[in-house]
Design a protein around this ligand. Structure first.
Ligand code: NAD
Length: 336
C-alpha cells in the first residue's frame, strides 16, 4: 500500500513512522496537497490530509490509483465527496476526537467575551489596573441556543447547564432522550435564534447549512446577541455578521472559523500569485475589519488543538488506514 501523509508536523512524524513498518511505501510531506504537487504522488493509494489541503477533482485526477482519503479531521468539506464517489475513492474521518475539546474552546470564547477577558488583560499589560468600563455579564439564567446537537453541541449543552444557563437547541435529528436527560428543549431554528442570548454553531458545513446564519436571521435575533462559531466559516454570511456587529444588533462574536480563512493564513504568499476568482477579497477584507472590532474575538481554527485531541486524531487516522487495508473499513463518511 502506497501511503502519503500531507501537512505532517514534526511531532506526528515519529508516531506515523513507528506505525508503518514498511517505510518504502510511506511518504511524509510537510506541505499541503495541491493541484501543483499532486502528480508527484501519482502512485498514492492512500492519502491523509488535514483541512487545509483542498482535495478537489483537479487534485484527484492526478492520483489515478487512489483508494482512500483518511482526513485528520471531523469535517470533510475540503474534499470533493461527490467526485470521490464517482471514482470509488473512500473517505474516512475522525468522527469523535474533539467533542469535549471543541466545546471547551467554544466555552472559552463565550467566557472571554462575557467577562471581557482580552480587554482586561490588555489593560493590565498597559499598566492600568482599573476595572472601570469592563463590566461583563453573568451566564447564569441566560439562554444558550445550540445549533447542532451532535458530539460537540451536546458537550457544550452540558457545560452550559453547569453554568446554570437555560438551553434551547435546533437539530435536523433531535435526540429527545438526551434533551430529557440534560434538561433542555428542542425548537425550530428561528425560535432558537430569536430567544437566545448566546448562539453557538455546531452543524457541519453542507449545502443545506451554507449561510444558515444570514442577514434575515440575524435581524430576528435578540438585540445584543453573542454569536459563537467553532464549526465552519461558511455557516455565517460574513458581511451580514459584520453589519450586525457594527450596528449593535450582534453584541459580540467569538469565531474560530471564518469564510476564506485559508486566504488569511497564506495571504502574503497568495498576494504574489494570481488568485483572482479563487478568493473573495470582500470577505477577506471583512475578516480583517472584524478582527479589529473590540467586541470580536477570532482564534485561528484552533478549537481542536489540545494535546489530547491531537493524539486521538493521529491514532484514529492510523487505525482507519490499517482497518481499511485489512478490509474492515472504519469511519467511512461516504458509506453513511
Ligand atoms: P456531529 O456530526 O457529531 O454533529 C453534527 C450535528 O449537526 C448532528 O446532530 C446533525 O444531525 C446536525 N445537523 C446536520 N445538518 C444539519 C442541519 N442542516 N441543520 C441542523 N442540524 C444539522 O459533528 P460534531 O463532531 O459535533 O462537529 C460539528 C462540526 O464542528 C463539524 O462538522 C466540523 O465542521 C466542526 N469542527 C470544528 C473544529 C475546529 O477545530 N474548529 C473541530 C472539529 C469539528
Amino acid at each position: 500500500m502506497n501511503v502519503v501523509f500531507f501537512e505532517v508536523k514534526d511531532w506526528e512524524s515519529d508516531i506515523i513512522k513507528k506505525s508503518f513498518k514498511d517505510a518504502s511505501t510511506l511518504s511524509l510531506c510537510k506541505e499541503l496537497l495541491t493541484s501543483e504537487n499532486a502528480s508527484e504522488y501519482a502512485q498514492a493509494e492512500v492519502i491523509s490530509t488535514f483541512i487545509n489541503s483542498k482535495v478537489t477533482k483537479e487534485v484527484l485526477d492526478k492520483m489515478p490509483n487512489l483508494k482512500l482519503i483518511a482526513t485528520r479531521s471531523t469535517g470533510y468539506d475540503h474534499i470533493d465527496l461527490e467526485y470521490c464517489k464517482s471514482r470509488k475513492i473512500d473517505v474516512a474521518n475522525v468522527p469523535t476526537y474533539g467533542e469535549n475539546t471543541v466545546a471547551e474552546h467554544a466555552m472559552a470564547l463565550i467566557l472571554s467575551l462575557t467577562r471581557r477577558i482580552p480587554e482586561s488583560i490588555e489593560r493590565v499589560r498597559r499598566g492600568n489596573f482599573s476595572p472601570e468600563g469592563l463590566t461583563g455579564i453573568d451566564l447564569k439564567n441566560k439562554v444558550m441556543g445550540v445549533i447542532g446537537t451532535g458530539h460537540i453541541g451536546r458537550n457544550l449543552i452540558v457545560f452550559a447547564k453547569g453554568f446554570g444557563m437555560k438551553v434551547l437547541a435546533y437539530d435536523v435529528k433531535p435526540d429527545e432522550a438526551f434533551a430529557n436527560e440534560a434538561g433542555f428543549i428542542y425548537a425550530d431554528l428561528d425560535y432558537v435564534l430569536a430567544k437566545s442570548d448566546i448562539i453557538s454553531l455546531h452543524v457541519p458545513y453542507l449545502e443545506s447549512t451554507h449561510h444558515i446564519i444570514n442577514r434575515e436571521r440575524i435581524s430576528k435575533m435578540k438585540e445584543g446577541v453573542i454569536v459563537i462559531n467553532t464549526a465552519r466559516g461558511g455557516l455565517i454570511q460574513t458581511d451580514a455578521l459584520f453589519d450586525g456587529l457594527s450596528s449593535g444588533q450582534v453584541g459580540a462574536a467569538g469565531l474560530d472559523v471564518l469564510e476564506e480563512e485559508g486566504f488569511l493564513k497564506e495571504e502574503i504568499e497568495l498576494l504574489h500569485k494570481d488568485t483572482e476568482g479563487d478568493v473573495d477579497f470582500k470577505i477577506a477584507l471583512e475578516n480583517h475589519m472584524m478582527a479589529n472590532l473590540p467586541n470580536v474575538i477570532i482564534t485561528p481554527h484552533n478549537a481542536f488543538n489540545s494535546k489530547e485531541a491531537l493524539m486521538r486524531i493521529i491514532d484514529t487516522t492510523i487505525d482507519n488506514i490499517f482497518c481499511y487495508s485489512s478490509g474492515a473499513c472504519k469511519n467511512l463518511v461516504n458509506k453513511q
